[in-house]
Design a protein. Structure first.
Length: 404
């Protein structure tokens, strides 16, 4: 079986750019490799010709990223997505610069110090035919329910709730060999400070970082390679260890990710960042129930009011349940509770009592509360919350986006 030869061109302002890389690509018989001296901007119309006649373009970035951005935009307008374009950047290139290049149409931003082997692996991956996402199942009723966890302030216990909510959604597993009642995915969309991996003693997952840098849309193959599966049956897509701008992900990428997850799982629990970014729109559209975690202090209530207004501005039917953390449900709510509910225009419906010992035990062991502190009041409160939401979602239709 013969392999089709791919053509690669390197555009560099240096007269003898990257000798080791050039030698490796020239020696590889599956590539036709050539070099052009100059910058991408200096190529002018020639860059368009190169994009037409080559499968992949490597170019050395300039100090002024805006110059490259304009050149890439012109190239993409003239040639579309025909050629793969990879940027080789120096140490002065920031994450913000890389994001600008990606948005302009660059398929990936690589360091100039990349080794020949690493570059060849990257090129091989980029030039592979894209695997298409399987057609959506016609029965929209089989789509999994999406539950998002938001927070009114940091340190309020939102990630703790996300982890243990997902754990209890699995249902009862009476014996080790038994499968859980439900298929549950837990996704950490806080690209910068996500901590789900710490709560479950798991390694950070670089899949979302790579997705944000590549600009590609996730498919079933991405999902199968990226999810980490735990013995209790929970599947987790953790946040990366590398820092990336929160808005590096594109709305269509997040939308596609949720679609794929909903076809594979009965429930998808999403832990949101404490920030407002563009890609939240498809998350909110897909959400069947949002749990907004807060406490009853005035600053937290004020921030919760702002978040509710933002979340519901374009999603008037979005149901947001308030979860009061670090406070046991009172027999009779105090005046500050009543005022908070009035300001938020919804009841303080769910309560998570303070139990620092149980929470600390679970975090230190890297396991859910059901394993570390099964009889604790905190674990029981989360379990009751899950039972309530699960029963209500079983009676409710999917979000508007899902039934279209």
């Amino acid at each position: 079986m013969t392999t089709e030869t791919k053509s690669i061109v390197l555009i560099s302002k240096d007269s003898k750019p990257f000798p080791e890389i050039g030698a490796a690509l020239k020696a590889d018989q599956q590539y036709n490799y050539e070099e052009c001296s100059g910058t991408l901007t200096e190529m002018n119309g020639r860059a368009s010709v190169l994009a037409d006649t080559h499968d992949l373009i490597l170019f050395q970035t300039e100090t002024d990223t805006e110059i490259d951005v304009l050149a890439i935009k012109r190239l993409r307008e003239a040639n579309g997505e025909k050629a793969v374009i990879l940027a080789l950047s120096g140490a002065e290139t920031t994450l913000a610069d890389a994001q600008l290049l990606t948005r302009a149409g660059v398929d990936g931003v690589l360091a100039e110090t990349i080794s020949p082997d690493e570059l060849e692996a990257e090129i091989s991956k980029r030039l592979k035919p894209k695997i298409q996402l399987p057609a959506l199942m016609p029965d929209q009723g089989t789509l999994g329910k999406v539950i998002t966890i938001a927070q009114a302030r940091g340190g309020i216990g939102a990630t703790m709730l996300a982890v243990n909510f997902a754990d209890h959604l699995l249902g009862k597993v009476r014996r080790k060999q038994d499968k859980p009642d439900c298929r549950v995915a837990l996704v950490d969309l806080d690209l910068q400070f996500g901590s789900i991996s710490s709560f479950l003693d798991a390694k950070p997952n670089e899949a979302l970082y790579q997705l944000s840098m590549d600009g590609t849309e996730p498919d079933a193959t991405f999902l199968s390679q990226s999810m980490e599966h735990f013995p209790n049956g929970l599947s987790v897509l953790a946040a990366p260890s590398k820092l990336a701008p929160l808005d590096a992900l594109k709305p269509q990428q997040v939308s596609k990710l949720l679609q794929v997850l909903q076809h594979e799982y009965d429930y998808v629990v999403v832990d949101l960042p404490h920030a407002l970014v563009e890609w939240l729109a498809p998350v909110l559209e897909a959400t069947d129930r949002m749990l907004l975690v807060l406490d009853s202090t005035v600053p937290a209530v004020q921030k919760a009011r702002q978040l509710i207004d933002f979340y519901t501005e374009d999603n008037l039917t979005l149901q947001i349940d308030l979860v009061v953390s670090h406070e046991k449900k009172p027999l009779i709510q105090g005046r500050h509770h009543t005022e908070a509910a009035k300001a938020l225009e919804r009841p303080l419906r769910h309560w998570l009592p303070p139990h620092p010992k149980a929470a600390r035990e679970a975090v230190d062991r890297g396991v859910p509360l059901s394993k570390a502190a099964r009889s604790s009041s905190l674990n029981k409160a989360v379990k009751r919350l899950v039972t309530t939401i699960k029963a209500e979602l079983a009676q409710a239709p999917h979000s508007a986006q899902q039934v279209q």
